[in-house]
Design a protein around this ligand. Sequence first.
Ligand code: MTE
Ligand code: CO
Length: 433
Amino acid sequence: MPKPVNADITRSEIPLSRRSFLKTGTAMVSGSLAAHTLHQVTGAEAAENLPPNVPDWSRPLGTSVDDRPYGTPSPYESQVVRRSLPWITATRESSVNFTPLHELDGIITPNGLCFERHHGGAPDIPPHEHRLMLNGLVDRPLLFTMDDLKRFPCESRFYFLECAANGGLEWFGAQLNGCQYTHGMVHCVQYTGVPLKTVLNEAGLTSNAKWILAEGADSASMTRSIPLEKAMDDCLLAYSMNGERLRPEQGYPLRLLVPGWEGNMWIKWLRRLEVGDQPWHSREETARYTDLLENGKARQFTWIMEAKSVVTHPSPEKPLLQKGFQQLKGLAWSGRGKIARVDVSFDGGINWQPARLDEPVLPKCLTRFYADWTWNGEERLIQSRAMDEFGYVQPEYPDLLKARGIHSIYHNNGIQTWLVNPSGEVGNVRLGS
Ligand code: MTE
Ligand code: CO
């Protein structure tokens, strides 16, 4: 097997704050092992509740239908939460938290678990006071209320959203010991809203219209330039996610969807669209969200999120608890379209076997994959490699670094390696080239 460069090796090179996180990460793994064995060690009490006895919870009447006007998960699932890294940003308002990918099944992210990325905190916007302004190179500038927007013909579509910075810290080597942190800046929900082209056509575009500026109503006033071709293709003005109104942190009452493209462009709390004939070169498309190459030049407007995948089970947070049959679970996605195939390796990329793609497989959406395997307590290097319907194959790190150099943060879609130890614990490692 190729020799892994263990996360431990990078610990001495990273700031103290990160080191202390790595310790927390390890503690978290053993914590989940302890939680799993809880029902066994408290066996004396639990035996009363085991068959053929009637358990405690089956005797009294349960809670009433009036007790949960808005339902929440079982208290036994309290570990299934978004998590953040306090040291990752200078302030808590301009920061990020991460989706617990390792705890989820299927392809839909529950609304309360979608990672959040804000540059100026999440504003609290009364919907009746919110307006969407449409100005610039249009025949008729328009101002919409939320009720106006909801009168247009609507569509519901499933899309993933991935922050361009997902995995940014992993660029140089294995850093964070948990798939929530290495890959959790992605979520996937079913949105409902109005196609952007419907609203643009309502205003009428002038013949020199080429670009759209989208602007948020948060204190960061986030602005991004979107080429007209994309705006008229599949962009959506969404007011709902997973059947209910957007959550405040996801842009309530209105957000722009730019399917398959970097999350930064999906302007939340959308208050203005300006039509222009050239891009605006805002902060978020110059100082940020550009990729510095080895030759000192930077790539700009690298919008598409290329094919990527991660094994969510096993993972650092989901160690192997028993030998024998194992169900490998993972997620794959491509900003270009559908996932065509995912291969998995158990020996660090020497041998590959096709994973089983779970239905539905939708374009620009998370795809769930599974593989059946057997673990007999030996060390394993587990990887997954996604391929999209256009034949693009997720790269290995040596190839990614060769093409992009060492200064990048954004658009890291390198193949992740998990090291399964004989104890069943799983670590984040980087294979040498
Ligand atoms: N829109 C506004 N108005 N303000 C923001 O800070 N953050 C962007 C984008 N849209 C942001 C925004 C970034 S960088 C990402 S990755 C996504 O929103 C995150 O969306 P989410 O919070 O729903 O996960
Ligand atoms: Co982002």
